[in-house]
Design a protein around this ligand. Structure first.
Ligand code: SAH
Length: 252
């Protein structure tokens, strides 16, 4: 019987190395091969076993440095020759990170694999900006949604009207590119122009920046400030808490 190494699908968290799990850190320190994505922060890569082979599989929007199936192929090949293979992904591997797809492909190839969850940017970036996603006065529900749907999905369109009506806090990943369309659809669905919006770029990293506005103003603000990805958008009354909580933000 052929013996394989094991692949660990590890969530690196949003950037601040202090938010990496202990399990993730131990695996990075003992890995033989680490295949990482573009959004993994430099201080986390610095924790990797210096003897490990470090491979960049990054694929930012429009800059696919490696195709998805090539990455899976690389993981399979690595597991044939190395004992501990870490597939390191920004945030949590199962939240808009294609972790589910990669894991299923490894299972199909007969490679032992397990997941190590990470702190997702949709929670951590707002937190570091002073925005709690729920609050007894403002919100009892949160929806995590992608603003950028990939081609060939099982369901081609997000129902923004249903989200607007069904969720008090909306957290959008990869939302900047389509922000104008999303904002228009949410307003069409009945959200007021005054609904607070926050954009948090490079959340939990030293370069974190925020843009605070409303559904009515945010698109113009993004253009004016030339605010760029990667950013998390938070929409809803909880954004107001930023005025009170931002002064005691974590030190990064
Ligand atoms: N698996 C990741 C998300 C991958 S999708 C997670 O759980 O966090 C990539 C998107 O995540 C980016 O376009 C951006 O919207 C968001 N993102 C990731 N890291 C971020 C960070 N540090 N600050 C703000 N947004 C971030």
């Amino acid at each position: 019987m052929q013996r394989f190494g094991k692949v660990y699908l590890v969530g690196a968290g949003p950037g601040d190395p202090g938010l990496l799990t202990l399990k993730g850190k131990t695996l990075l320190e003992s890995a033989d091969v680490v295949i990482y994505d573009a959004l993994v922060s430099p201080p986390i890569l610095a924790m990797v076993n210096p003897h490990a082979v470090l491979i960049d599989a990054g694929k930012r929007r429009g800059r696919h440095s490696r195709l998805q199936d090539q990455t899976t192929q690389l993981l399979i090949e690595s597991a044939h020759t190395a004992a501990i293979v870490v597939r390191l992904k920004g945030g949590d591997p199962f939240v808009f990170g294609r972790g589910g797809e990669e894991m299923a492909e490894l299972v199909a190839a007969g490679i032992p694999v397990e997941v190590v969850p990470g702190v997702t940017a949709g929670i951590a970036a707002p937190a570091y900006a002073g925005i709690p996603l729920t609050h007894r006065l403002y919100s009892s529900s949160v929806t995590f949604v992608t603003g950028h749907e990939s081609a060939g999905k099982y369901r081609p369109q997000i129902n923004w009207a249903a989200i607007a009506q069904g969720s008090e806090t909306i957290v959008i990943y990869m939302g900047l590119h389509n922000l104008a369309v999303i904002v228009a659809q949410l307003q069409e669905a009945g959200l007021a122009a005054e609904t607070p919006v926050a954009l948090v770029r490079w959340g939990t990293r030293p370069e974190q920046t925020e843009l605070i506005g409303t559904l009515g103003t945010i698109v113009a603000q993004v253009e004016e400030q030339q605010f760029e990805a990667p950013a998390i958008a938070v929409i809803g009354a909880v954004v107001q808490m930023q005025e009170i909580l931002a002064e005691c933000r974590p030190t990064i």
